[in-house]
Design a protein around this ligand. Sequence first.
Ligand code: PAP
Length: 354
Amino acid sequence: MSTYLLTDQNAYYHPTAISDENQTQTDNQQHENFVATLPKNKGWRSENIFLYNGFWLSSDVIKGLLLIHNHFKPQPTDIFLASFMKCGTTWFKALMFATINRHRYKLSDHPLLRTGPQSMFPFLDTHIFLDYPVTNFDHLPAPRLFATHFGYGLLPKSMTSRCKFVYVCRDPKDALVSKWHFMSKLRSKELTPLSFSEAYEMFCNGVSEYGPFWDHVLGYWKASQESPDKILFMKYEDMKREPVVELKKLASFMGMPFTAEEEGRGVVEEIVKLCSFENLSNLDVNKGGGGGQKFTTKVVVENQEFFRKGKVGDWKNYMTYRRDERADRFDHTQQVEGYWFGIRSHKMTWICVA
Ligand code: PAP
């Protein structure tokens, strides 16, 4: 069985092969038949993505979503890291795991240093079916940590009403650039490459895996306004600018605030340093040294692919603010269900106005 963690530590997993090949084939056929009934569009990694309950999803993650609805048993102590793709999952995985487990591991000999952030806790969307027919997470110690890219409205009520969510958002222009690089690397070589221009148009039209971006952000944003004790809405840019302040906020929300004594010893700064892009991206395990994220039996992504530049504002190398008005389209035209949600990109500050 595939497990994150193990007896005394929440850090490693050992997926094994699916055992019943015949049953798997029957299930897969039924799933493909169902997906074939959905509206489809061009995918960024695979040939197609499908519109399911308002979000564009790959066939694999639709399977994961259905399994989550049918089989996942949320615990009130569960904490989810939710995000749109390329908005900071890897970074926040490291920060959340290191913070929650700070009494278990010495920072000088931390599992993050040996395995990388991807192995710290399960990416539920696909991990749910890595163990045929469905992965069991009952053995994980509380609080269990999970990551997901699913939009808020897609998740079962049993999860959203009982569990805590940390949502990390990022300037969509940087998320687009990051996603285009990432998906281009993973894109099947049998398909024609996706140009940045095409990706830009698709992203603006909401057509990308887990999109539309704005529906994703606003789903969590509105829920965080209604239930601030259940959903913490955070921003990649804020964590970059004031990591100590933001990490303290995150720790308190997760129910493990830093004590004055810990703050005095510099524990917050040490965790920030441990999880920094500079530190993590230079570790062997994150530089092609064997670590990776197993999404499905076929899709395994090496750790190094989750570290590129780690900067705010790389979009400026891809979009010209005034000349072609591309950036402008992101900043000022997004109105969703009566909310304006814009970015003053020149200052990198966010405005969210109801
Ligand atoms: P995912 O959606 O596939 O899980 P995710 O981790 O959310 O990816 O995003 C990857 C981005 O976070 C990359 O951004 P870039 O392409 O603009 O460089 C990656 O470099 C960045 N990233 C990864 N780790 C860190 C970190 N520790 N600090 C800051 N940024 C990071």
